[in-house]
Design a protein around this ligand. Sequence first.
Ligand code: HPA
Length: 273
Amino acid sequence: MFYDRVKESADYIRSKADAGADVALILGSGLGRIVDIMENRKTVPYGDIPNFPKSSVAGHEGNLVFGNIGSTRVMALQGRFHYYEGFTMKEVAYPVYVMKLLGIGEMIVTNACGGINESFRPGDLMIIDDFINSVSDNPLIGANDERFGKRFPDMSEPYSRELRDAAEKAARDLGIEAKHGVYAFFQGPCYETAAEIRMFRTMGSDAVGMSTVPETIAANYMGIKTLGIACITNMATGLCKEKHSHEEVVAVANKSSEKLCMWIEKLLRDRGA
Ligand code: HPA
């Protein structure tokens, strides 16, 4: 049974990192540096965890890293699973189910994405206010296990108002300009066409990317409060002259990651204060 598989993963992780965690961090492409500021780190490679999916993409390390930022106990996911890799939506969201059984109540999910809102520039950081799932699939499809959540979960506040306000305040205190917007989930792995970006814009999207939404849906289903921060690494197709490349995405994300790290560090220190 799915529940038993998740429990086996969680039990193994608990046996390796018994301190536990309050907040989970999912780190997007080029945004893994935050683990460097975590204290008393303990690493659990994904490959050692029973039933955990196995990742493949270059630049996505596969580790759970436990540690402290201030008094907040953090579990960072260095590397995530993408739908375009061939994982099912359930597999993509698998770590979130594990979080639930580890007793984690909050999740901060980050990603690299393309900007659609023309007031954005590469390097900007955006608090995700809402999402559009443009992929005709969902991690919750299939028999429902009430131990995780309800059959028909509400999705009226997928990104917690309280956490967005806290993030906004932390950004203001640091002098970081936080953009806001709606994130559209595109399945990839090719980048969007210019026509698709016009469609996404018409639908009300400010940014587009290939992750985050499956994990957000699963987290909300299980009552894990979620904050999403997107790094705009490029303007989307048709809104920029250059062709997209993963190398460019990672390079811009790397550059912004210092700002993002400071922001998340402040947020977590304030949270524990
Ligand atoms: N589109 C989709 N995903 C992305 C992009 C993009 O332009 N940039 C980084 N991830």
